[in-house]
Design a binder for this molecule. Structure first.
Ligand code: PMP
Length: 410
């Protein structure tokens, strides 16, 4: 047994995982008091900096060396981490036919990654960057504010590399993600969904409080960590270019932190002159021009993992040539259609993305001979008790009708 008083007074000594988690639970259970915990603040995120943007250029800033690209083993893998990324690109002819278009639609299916989402790539990359810099020791604690998928990626890499992981997570995120991260050995601390990003109750603020209290702890911070867009600039985008033999005229992606969009967009624009479409949920403020965000600004929505009430440092909003604002009913209807017609076991934000594809095809009048690539960020696994469940859909006020339910904005 141990006493919390001893733990708090002994900050230099290496604590056990159990002791670290005890401190974290105590901090979470105690309202923040500025007198007792001075100097806590979340970073002043304000969109991409020129310093970070230098990494999204062919040579990177002076002194930067690119790590080797990970290849998917074709024989025996040494660990699950070797199976992060290198995901398949799938032609969606059946869905295209159902939607009545002859445009070729290709889906980059990130749920085939070892942890089931696009964020495995950055969980691993942020840890590897920190290790390369000599800043992590086994037994250290990683604390990350996330909507869940980065958490799964970090928990998986943390479990295999020997770190304690604490995830701060808004209440809205699915129980499936929570159980997955717990099974990977992490401590999950929930925060109110309605807390603004810089509120003292937010998942970002809690992460900073924990970092101040827990010795040998690190917040890798996906909202500003260069490893986030770089994982996509050097990895995801190169895979797409190879899979398409360089022919990527149009690419559609949702945005959360924006690391996926910034990293992929920068590379595709440089190498293929691609037109980029960003999809941001109604309620969020990531889209440009600004007035697109006015309707239902800051209003809650159900789709997980996309949209924010601040502009993360890793997001360069100007990289999207067009932004669309997605709504929950369309997102879930399109996600269910994608599962039903293509057998792709994707998550809710993939519905927002494919809705964006359909809208773009219609607006631009694309057809035979045209190609649109779309990124599918995560897996149905995360939402078995949510949009995969008819009862949840009905109780939450969503239609079970196949596409296109009346009144949908496509
Ligand atoms: N979809 C889902 C389900 C996600 O979890 C995320 C990550 N938050 C995204 C899309 C967007 O990815 P990014 O953070 O790179 O913008």
């Amino acid at each position: 047994m141990f006493s919390l008083r001893r733990l708090f007074s002994n900050s230099a000594q290496k604590l056990t995982r159990e002791e670290v988690f005890a401190i974290a639970k105590e901090v979470h259970a105690t309202p923040w008091d500025s007198a007792k915990e001075p100097g806590i603040a979340v970073p002043a995120y304000d969109g991409m900096t020129s310093e970070l943007e230098q990494y999204l250029t062919p040579n990177g800033p002076a002194g930067y060396t690119k790590p080797d690209r990970r290849k998917r083993p074709t024989k025996i893998a040494n660990s699950a981490l070797e199976l992060v990324g290198n995901t398949p690109l799938i032609r969606l002819d059946r869905l295209a036919k159902y939607l009545g278009t002859e445009c070729e639609i290709l889906g980059k299916c990130e749920y085939y990654s070892a942890g089931g989402s696009v964020k495995d790539r950055i969980g691993l990359r942020m840890i590897e960057e920190q290790e390369r810099a000599g800043l992590l020791q086994p037994g250290d604690t990683l604390i990350e504010p996330t909507s869940g998928n980065t958490g799964v990626g970090l928990c998986m890499a943390g479990a295999l590399h020997g770190y304690n992981v604490i995830i701060t997570l808004p209440q809205k995120m699915s129980g499936e993600k929570v159980n997955m991260m717990k099974s990977l050995g992490a401590l999950i601390l929930r925060t109110p969904t309605e807390a603004a990003w810089n509120d003292t109750n937010s998942h970002l603020f809690l992460a900073m409080r924990l970092k101040a209290k827990i010795p040998n702890s690190h917040v890798l911070d996906q909202y500003l960590n260069k490893g986030n867009p770089l994982a996509h600039y050097e990895g995801t985008a190169e895979e797409i270019i190879e899979q398409c033999d360089g022919h990527v005229p149009h690419m559609v992606m949702t945005a959360g932190t924006g690391g996926t969009l910034s990293g992929i967009a920068a590379k595709l624009k440089q190498k293929c002159g691609t037109t980029i479409v960003g999809v941001d949920p109604q309620g969020s403020i990531l889209a440009l021009p600004e007035h697109l965000n006015d309707e239902d600004k800051f209003k809650a929505y159900h789709v997980e993992g996309i949209g924010y009430d601040f502009i993360p440092t890793v997001l360069q909003r100007n990289y999207a040539d067009v932004w669309y604002k997605s709504k929950d009913p369309e997102s879930f209807a399109y996600a269910r259609a994608l599962i039903r017609h293509e057998g792709l076991m994707i998550g809710g934000s993939c519905g927002s993305a494919i809705w964006g594809v359909h809208k773009y095809i219609k607006e631009k009048g694309l057809g035979k001979g045209d190609r649109v690539v779309c990124l599918f960020a995560d897996a149905s696994r995360n939402y078995m008790s949510k949009f995969l469940d008819d009862d949840w859909m009905t109780k939450s006020g969503f239609s079970l009708d196949p596409l296109p339910p009346t009144g949908m904005n496509v």
